[in-house]
Ligand binder design. Structure first.
Ligand SMILES: [Zn+2]
Length: 471
């Protein structure tokens, strides 16, 4: 098509009609028209003739660049109308004839570009999100999951409000908010999609009612909301920015709730006593087991010289969060993403579900092709679904942990299919082709980025909420 455009361009520049040029190169004007419209390919001898007749060289005709902006738009329109995407609309194509103004052509091409962009966005976003999530996990691995700048900011804020003991009270969180110019307001009608809303104009942070079960999570939520402010976040431009910011506010909240110095003192003492247990760390700072386990991964390598792994796994065995810098081979898909992938049935993250007494942590040694690991796993429930939280270390580090004398030991060769994925041969034989099942969809975090100002929050609902409360 570009070749045809260039022939037409140089023919017009030479002041020749189709018939006049056709006559000079001994073909009919109608044939030349087909060539100019990209419907026919000229032989090389004909090209030489045309080049000579319009006074240019053959390479001038073969140049892949459109000869003019108008020609470029015509080519783009033609391509867009030939796409599967356009065909799916069931609309007729329009030829960019001489009579079509440049403006009309610009509008049509502009709309095609936007149509294609939206289609790409709809397809690429979950993929982009997964990639961004994987890159972030790999990046945090290189940092041993430790962010000293945020630790420092958290320590300074705690010093400002005079906090120096272990667990942080709700009162202290309110005072931190005050020191930043915010008032914490608990309301019953937060937008459904929002965990918290910050009114920058009036200095308020809206949170769900204080009385909900597991209310200790509120301190974390309030701190996360402040985190955006303290860490100087701007509106996220990409999904990667969004994930990075979410990681940072979670980190900040954890660093305030489980302050660096007190946490390291506590854990170093536990290590000296050869009695490290996430459950103790959790209880000392009044946080959830998951929060304590994640905080442990922040500090373990930088302050305790321990490489670790962390897993949050659903009762069906699917990973919802994972981290490792100790060589444990996480299950991953082709993109390197681990969320939604299934961990080995023999890992403690899953064997812990089979226990009847789940009040304490479950301990287990697991032999893998990457070495033997010691794990402690706590199970919990979100109401609808059970999950397990696991902290594990290579065998050599197990001597510092509570539960190391356990006799629980399993062997795992995953991702080898023969480990635990392939059904037993006799069962395969009996059931193959005789059953049907419908899959449950996994609603993991990696859904497309909605178009609102804040990822995942409905702008309209948000602003109506703010309006109602600022009166
Ligand atoms: Zn397995």
């Amino acid at each position: 098509m570009t070749l045809g455009q260039r022939i037409r361009h140089f023919r017009a520049a030479a002041g020749l009609t189709l018939d006049q040029l056709g006559e000079r190169v001994s073909i009919a004007g109608s044939q030349l028209s087909l060539i100019e419209n990209g419907k026919r390919e000229p032989r090389l001898t004909l090209l030489s003739g045309i080049a000579a007749a319009v006074g240019v060289q053959v390479p001038d005709l073969l140049d892949p660049a459109p000869p003019s902006r108008r020609a470029a738009l015509e080519i783009e329109l033609d391509r867009a109308q030939g796409s599967t995407l356009y065909a799916s609309l069931g609309l007729p194509g329009i030829r960019a004839s001489k009579g079509m103004t440049d403006e009309t052509l610009e509008v049509l091409v502009g709309m095609h570009r936007e149509l294609a962009r939206r289609a790409r966005e709809a397809i690429a976003t979950p993929e982009e999100a997964r990639r961004a999530n994987t890159e972030l996990r790999q990046h945090m691995r290189t940092l041993d999951n430790y962010l000293p700048e945020i630790e420092q900011i958290a320590e300074q804020l705690l010093a400002d409000v005079g906090h120096s003991t272990g667990a942080l009270t709700h009162r202290s969180v309110s005072r931190i908010a005050e020191s930043l110019g915010f008032e914490l307001v608990h309301v019953h009608d937060l937008p459904h999609s929002a965990r918290s809303v910050t009114d920058l104009a009036n200095g308020r942070i809206y949170l769900p009612p204080a009385s909900i079960p597991g209310g200790h999570g509120l301190r974390g939520m309030a701190l996360q909301a402040m985190g955006h402010r303290v860490l100087g976040h701007e509106h996220p431009a990409t999904y990667a920015d969004f994930l990075q910011q979410r990681l940072e506010i979670n980190y900040f909240a954890a660093a305030v709730l489980m302050p660096l110095r007190q946490s390291v003192d506590f854990l170093q003492q536990a290590k000296a006593d050869r009695n490290i247990a996430v459950e103790d760390f959790r209880d000392a700072f009044g946080v959830t087991h998951e929060a304590a386990a994640l905080r442990f991964t922040n500090l373990a390598t930088a302050h305790l010289d321990l490489e670790v792994h962390f897993l949050r796994v659903d009762d069906d065995g699917a990973v919802s969060k994972a981290y490792e810098n100790d060589g444990l081979r996480l299950p991953v898909d082709v993109t390197g993403s681990t969320e939604g992938q299934f961990v080995c049935r023999h890992w403690s993250a899953r064997t812990a579900f089979t226990r009847t007494n789940r009040t304490t942590e479950f301990y287990q040694y697991t032999d893998t092709p990457e070495g033997t690991f010691f794990d402690s796993t706590q199970t919990g429930t979100t109401g609808a679904q059970e999950f397990s939280i696991t902290i594990g270390v290579p065998f050599a580090h197990s001597k510092w942990f509570r539960g190391r004398e356990t006799s629980n030991r399993t062997s795992s060769t995953c991702p080898d299919e023969n480990c635990c994925r392939r059904p037993a041969a006799d069962l395969s034989q009996r059931w193959s082709g005789k059953a049907w099942s419908s899959a449950k969809l996994h609603a993991h975090i990696l859904s497309p980025l909605p178009s609102g100002t804040f990822p995942g929050v409905d702008d309209r609902e948000l602003y109506e909420f703010l309006e109602a409360h600022s009166a």
